[in-house]
Design a protein around this ligand. Sequence first.
Ligand SMILES: [Zn+2]
Length: 473
Amino acid sequence: MKHVLLIVLFFSLHAVTAQVFNVEAIKISGDDDKRINLVILSEGYQSGELTQFITDATNFTNTMFGQSPFSQYANYFNVYAIKIPSNESGADHPGTATNVTEPYNNLPTKYVDTYFNATYDSFGTHWLLYYEIDGNSANNTHAKISTVLANNFPMYDQAMILVNSTEYGGSGGDFPMAYTGFWGARVVMHELGHSLFDLKDEYYPGDLLAAEAINMTQETDPNLVRWKNWLGTNNVGIYQYTCDTGNCADWYKPHQNCIMESIDKPFCPVCKEGIIEKIHSLVSPIDAYSPISNSVSNPSFPIDFSLDLIKPNPNTLESTWNLNTVEIATNTDAVSILETDLNAGMNTLTVAVTDATTLLRVDNHETFHVYTVTWSIDNSALGVKDITREENKFNISIYPNPTNNIITFKAENSLDTDLKVDLISIEGKKVKTVTLSNYETQNIDISHLSEGIYIAKFYANNVFIVSKKIIKN
Ligand SMILES: [Zn+2]
């Protein structure tokens, strides 16, 4: 999806021998520019073993997408495998680990000639399987990996390396690496948690790596902690880190059974939410829509407007269709507009799509994402002569919710326009209207309102975008 490595690509175009390898699709959900593209590179597979690599990459993919939240959001990902042959099989095992007694596991010392020079015993740890020997950047394997990607699949979002070895091992960083055995995929999922989804370790990672993050904080107030919406659900709490050395007592995590602590565990609810948030920020659930033509001359009625959505499984997307700010349909992928539905002159049809998954704490979730398509329909006396459309994305934050006096609104939108917010009481009465500038945080005093439920309705250029429930207590 992402267009990265342009500089590397530029130089590689001038290289004499840009190595091109066979790229095989393992899992295709849609166009590469509308999906998160994971790319698996082979290491330590000889030419004759590349069929086994595809089997291993497929098993890896099945394991990953059997795990929540990837199982629900599998349609947002493509997976490719780049078949890179090595001269010899497996990975180096120098036998120099200091954390075990070598030879460990009856594994002989060996050096093999492989493409990325993967090795066990990195930094003295037997199962640290890594591609720069003891962090020696003189090996330039990182650059070599980048070059392979630039020459063979520059649109990758995340690349990882599968090593043809049954001995447990793996490592993280820009390019997670793992052995092919049972835990390999789970090692990589943990590392993807860091590299693609901005999660922290839920074991203490050391003072240098401790920082405020989705699943790590110094805040201990249950009303303020960033995962407050989850407290008390599925064992989410505010758990102090433990460690032998360092300032771990200052830091807290949301769970005690998360894959970000131990790879035999699932993702905890807070990490799942973080992953889904990132998926939404990378990929719009609107894959395509119709019509896209900028000019439809004298179409016949009814005119069909439709969406092609990237649906989670089960489908948790909700859509709301508004014609001239009047809601005409919900949770449907298509509407038909009759000539009698239209006003004379300019009409606006907007569909807004949100994800109502319970894996996000929707009702009091801090930032929600709304994806819209708006069609402007010019209904002239001579019939519809022009339909234009635009696609937009809105990130809207409402907090704290519930509240008893001040509520804060913040909106970011790709239209770069002000939003109008109407606050509607449960009886349907408009109690407040606020104008919200793009990227601006605005604090609204609602202390004078009576307790109860209110609906905040958001409009952009007088076009209804979305409504959200607010609780005044
Ligand atoms: Zn977690």
